[in-house]
Design a protein around this ligand. Sequence first.
Ligand SMILES: [Zn+2]
Ligand SMILES: [Zn+2]
Length: 198
Amino acid sequence: MEDLHEAALAYYNNAPRDLQRLAWNFYLALDGDGDGRVSFIEYINFLQQSYVWIRPNFFRDLDRDRDGSLDFWEVLTLYYTVKTRGGVWCQGCQACLVGLYFTCVACFDCGSKTFDLCPACYKRRRFSHQHSFFLDNHVLLRAKKGLPPGATNVYQALVPQPAYRAPAAAMGDSDLMDTFQALEMGLATDKSRTCSIM
Ligand SMILES: [Zn+2]
Ligand SMILES: [Zn+2]
């Protein structure tokens, strides 16, 4: 969460005046009674109007000084989340995924809604899902860039064919080993490229 706050500050400090004003307008729109603070009620009212994908309990993460309301800089983190994250939440614990997280490769390849997990939920297998192959968001980004010839999606690129298993509720140790092996194979195909996506 601290990373997200720092990123929001960096974004704001480097933004031109008109973009900074948009962030201020966002803050003023949230502060319904104009008292200079955004209460939990104001936050909820605002979300219900425009951003239903943001979970109510995200307020707790935003409220860094734990005083029960949000000042401009705390709202700035919300603004940055709205602009850049588009609603990536852990399907296990409902936390907002702001750093490294795991995503289901099959769902990612479908181009529809992604199935995402925080590292803790993935590690402890606190989820129920029809697919079992997950990658962290950074690896996925690299894999997407380095698709070998003939592969049309990340799954084909990283999993030796035919290796697609029947959907499993949770990943066993051997699955995990397979995943790492598949991952190594996939990344090996990318050796000649330099990593410049970020
Ligand atoms: Zn989680
Ligand atoms: Zn999936």
